[in-house]
Each structure stands twice: as C-alpha cells, then as structure tokens.
Design a protein around this ligand. Structure first.
Ligand code: 3LM
Length: 398
C-alpha cells in the first residue's frame, strides 16, 4: 500500500493499519479470539513483558485485531500511536491514572460530560489530585487558573451538552507558554477525526468514546486514546494493564474498524441532517435558545468554521415552557428515540439535567447551561424530513 499520509481521509478510513496479504488475502481483518499468546522461549516472554521487544503477550494489553484499530485511529487523528479501550471512561481513566500523581493539579473546562466530571470531582480528588475548573472560552481566566503544579489541561469541543466551542490551538499555545510539560488532553468524541484533528492544533492527547460516531451503530461500548508513542505505551502498560483493565474485546475492535469505513460518509449526513433540524428549532415558537455552532448567530460559529470540517451532529435547545414543556415534548415523540448516547444511525434525544449530566448538582447545572428545560438531540441518519415531522408534531402541541 502507498504511504498512508499520501492518501485522503476517506481512503485511510477504509484501509489504514491493515494489509490483507498478512491474513491469507482476507478483505477484512480476522477477529483474534484469544486471551493469551504463546512464547517461543522464556527469554522472548520476558522481553515482551518488559517492552523490550514488540509482540502480544496477554489479551488485557493488546490483541492483533485491536492493533489494526489502533493504527487506523492513530492515522486518522494524525498521531503517532493509538490505544483502544473497553469504553470512553476506560480511555479517560486509563490516561489519567497514568499521568497524574497526588499533589498534581488538573485544570478542566467548566463543563464536560457528566461521568467525566464525576471522575474528576469524586475520583481524582479522592486520591489527592487537585482539580479546578475555568471557563476555557475566556483565555485570561484560563491563564490565571494555570498553576506551577498543573499537569493536565482537559476539555471537550464542542462541549457536551452546552455546545460551547473552545479554541484548541489557542488553549494549547497558552498552556504550553505557561509550561511545556503540561499535557493538553481533549475529548474529540463529538467531532471524530473526520471533523476535527486536535493533535494537528497543538493538543498532546485525544480521547474518545468510540461508543458514539466511531462505532456508529449503537451496538457497542468502546473508547480510544491517541498521542505520542511513548505516552501511549505508558498508558497501555500501566493505566490500562494495572489500573483499569479496561481492555476492548476483539469483536468490538472489529466492529469499530467496520464502522470507521463509513465514518466520513456518516458524518457528512449527520451534519446535513443536524443543520436542517437546527433551522427548524431556531424558528419554532415553542423553542427558546438553540445551541448549535452551525447557526450564524451562534457565538461559536466563526471559531467552529475555522476549526471544524462541519458543524457536527449535535444540538441542544431550551423549551420555552421549561421542564414541563421539555418532558411533554420528549414523551410525544414517535420516531425519535428517548435515549442517552449519541452518534448512532437512530436520532436520539435526552434530557441532560436528569440524565447525562445528573452528576452535576442543580446549582452547578444552572451555571453550566444545563437548565431543566434543556434537551439534547443527536441527529441520526434517517430521512431528515421524517425527523423534522416527528419534532414538529411533538413541538406543535406546545
Ligand atoms: C452521552 N456520553 O449520552 P463511554 N466522553 C464524552 C461522552 O459523551 C461520553 C464519554 C466520554 C454519553 C453516554 S450517559 C450515561 C451516556 C464526550 C459518553 C464516555 O464510556 O463509552 O460511554 O464514553 O453523552
């Protein structure tokens, strides 16, 4: 195969990391259902355990099917190496348990996915790691919050669920000008590398919930980390191996490889459908604010235009009739599924305050744009006319 970096994204999404010549010409990679790997000699086993020689030694650390997925993800994110994990939370926790120690400071954007917030607030803090939050759209607030013991700067963009857009390049430059050793970590779940490649903008590590767009079909739970080869190796051999054990199953690695083949196509359609839905919501009398960077009026629109290759598949919006209006509307939907998660073929809708972001207290929710009237949509791949019709019938009855 030609050098991967000479091929376009859609081509690499189909081919990279796998050569059919290595597997009897099989078009698709084999699923290696094995827990362990046999050594030619004691010495070879010892070298694999110590990391001196490459090669698989136990299924909690690596597997050939997983290996292909990791190469493909690294290639698409334009990073040196990748690690696939059992879940997005497995990716995030394996990364943090490798990088941080008691006494270190972690600076986090004011709003993040609810379970990641709980991991920071109730997990890291419990083990002597200092965690503080700042509004990363405000660069002077971010600069003032960096400390001498800051080890990680962590954020999402667009933010789940508030859809704030954060400037990855500016945040990276600002952080590195304070201390080049700080690891800038971004959760790229909402965009996938099809829409945004943070490592090319100065971030050090990208984490993913591969449960979402990467898998793409709502049929698995998985995660990923991409970054420099050295740090990925550390996360694999410590955070994953000894701290979380959050290994991906070979079958799920295969399913994500299959999902990624259509990633760019799917993201294009997700973006198109989302745009149409956002326009409907924006002019609907029952709807208050709409948070979606594709709207020209959105505060993140210009930045998203520069930073992303499309505005993504997610929208958040508030119902004028408050919590009751949101509940009534959600319960009236017929086609759109009431479910958490995102990035699936089905359009999913949920209520962040009582679901994905219920880990924030009501006071915190109020400060984070997570009002009781906020609803989040993950636009699916159905005909957009049918999605819009379902929303209209649910909204109309007010
Ligand atoms: C959700 N999110 O509906 P897993 N990072 C981001 C995420 O959105 C998520 C994770 C990490 C949702 C899941 S809520 C119980 C359902 C930006 C997950 C964690 O461990 O693969 O679920 O990823 O917003």
């Amino acid at each position: 195969m030609p050098e991967n970096n000479k091929l376009a994204f859609a081509t690499r999404a189909v081919h990279s990391g796998y050569d059919s010549a290595d597997s009897h010409g099989a078009l698709n990679p084999p699923i290696y259902m094995t827990s362990t790997f046999c050594f030619d000699s004691v010495e070879q086993g010892a070298e694999r355990f110590s990391g001196e020689s490459p090669g698989h030694f136990y299924g909690r650390i690596s597997n050939p099917t997983q290996d292909i997925l990791e190469k493909r993800l690294a290639d698409l994110e334009e990073g040196e190496a990748g690690l696939a994990t059992a879940s997005g939370m497995g990716a995030i926790s394996s990364t943090f348990w490798t990088i941080v120690s008691p006494g270190d400071h972690v600076l986090v954007d004011k709003t993040i996915y609810g379970c990641t917030f709980s991991f920071m607030e109730h997990g890291l803090k419990k083990f002597g790691i200092e965690v503080t939050y700042a509004d990363f759209t405000n660069h002077s607030e971010l600069a003032a919050a960096l400390k001498s013991n800051t080890k990680v700067v962590y954020f999402e963009s667009p933010v789940n669920p508030s859809m704030r857009v954060l400037d990855i390049a500016a945040i990276s430059v600002l952080t590195k000008s304070h201390n080049t050793d700080i690891q800038v970590i971004i959760d790229n779940t909402y965009c996938t590398p099809a829409l945004q490649r943070p490592l090319t903008m100065g971030a050090d590590i990208v984490v993913h919930s591969a449960t979402k767009y990467l898998g793409g079909h709502g049929d698995l739970i998985a995660g990923a980390v991409v970054g420099r080869a050295e740090v990925i190796q550390q996360i694999r051999l410590f955070g994953l191996k000894d701290m979380t054990g959050a290994v991906i199953s070979p079958i799920n690695a295969f399913l994500i490889l299959r999902g990624i083949k259509t990633l760019q196509l799917r993201m294009e359609r997700h973006c198109q459908n989302t745009h149409v839905i956002a326009q409907l919501l924006d002019q609907h009398p029952a709807v208050g604010k709409v948070f979606y960077p594709g709207l020209k009026t959105d505060v993140g629109h210009d930045l998203a235009t520069r930073q992303m290759d499309g505005f993504g598949g997610m929208i958040a919006f508030e119902l004028k009739e408050g919590f009751e209006g949101a509940t009534n509307m959600l319960n009236r939907l017929k086609l759109i599924k009431r479910a958490v998660s995102l990035g699936d073929t089905e359009t999913l809708i949920q209520h962040p305050a009582s679901m994905t972001h219920s880990t924030y207290t009501p006071e915190q929710q109020a400060e984070h744009r997570i009002s009781r009237s906020l609803v989040r949509i993950s636009a699916g791949l159905e005909s957009v006319a049918d999605i819009v019709a379902d929303l209209e019938q649910a909204l109309l009855e007010g």
